[in-house]
Design a protein around this ligand. Sequence first.
Ligand SMILES: *[C@@H]1O[C@H](CO)[C@@H](O)[C@H](O)[C@H]1NC(C)=O
Length: 327
Amino acid sequence: MAGHLRLLLILCQLTGIYSISKVSVKAGDSITIPCPYQSRYTNRVKYLCKGYFWESCSFAVKTNKPDRSGKFSISDDKNEGIFTVTIKSLTATDTDYWCNVEINHGADHGEYFQLVVTGKPSLYVDRQEIKGYIGDDLAIRCYHGSSGKMQWCTLGRNCVTGPRGKIDGKEVTINSTIPHVSTVTMSKVTRQSSGWYLCVQGDLQMPVHVTVTERPVIMTSTPLFTSGSGDGETAQHSSVLLMSLIIPLSLLIVVVMVTLFIFLMLKKQRTRNSQSPNMATSSCGSDGDVLYSSVLIKTKPQKDEAKGQVKAQDEHLTYSTLKNSHS
Ligand SMILES: *[C@@H]1O[C@H](CO)[C@@H](O)[C@H](O)[C@H]1NC(C)=O
């Protein structure tokens, strides 16, 4: 089947968006494209094919054959019936691709999409992956070059056009107060809200993947740092804050204790030395690992009778030996 015919087929499907057809991307960035497929293809090999014509396109990456260069990657979500392809380091040559399904003994099934690689994309988002918890309101900003109406669509189901609408019974608002920026808010998301969505303007789409998970339970042992509402995020912050305080505090205590111990030991040794100035002292470690010995010789002041002067002579000798008994 010729590429033109495919394109026509896809254009006919545009009433509800069932596949990606044209995406504006920034040169150097990477893009992830979802490729939906019919359930009868679940166990087939999926692949990304590069080239304008379906007959002459060359495979870039397959689900059973990773791309060694690292530019292309692919993953197949068999439960959703969608495989995703990621293309990194986009250049002007990354324009024409096909999401293909390998059919043994027959023509492979394919959906064409086009990438428009520019310095300034016409329709883009901050990130393609949005994560949230059940019950949250998720906000997604879609930036668009022209001031026309922007739509928020699910991949394969329905679209919200107006400032208010519903997707799968859940309220969606599109706030376009700021020119060229439409903020989509998905209210009180559920686990079923997870999946692929699209910002749509004109013939351009920008896919966004939403993942909604259960809010994690956070155990707080100290109400000292939690402020008021007991909000999950605040509690998480305070437990992190607490942990960041405990670690340096306990370290400080250890340092102070060790310093105090060393100080006391030194003081003890000094008083012992001053008490017995002429005696050689030696101490042995209890297990004989280390031997310290110090010799202090202190001669008494000598009086020079002839000159009537007092001459003090101190000889302070210290011998230290470190001996390892196991060596
Ligand atoms: C839309 O967004 C603007 C700016 O962020 C805000 O001032 C305004 O109240 C919002 N409108 C609605 C209907 O939420």
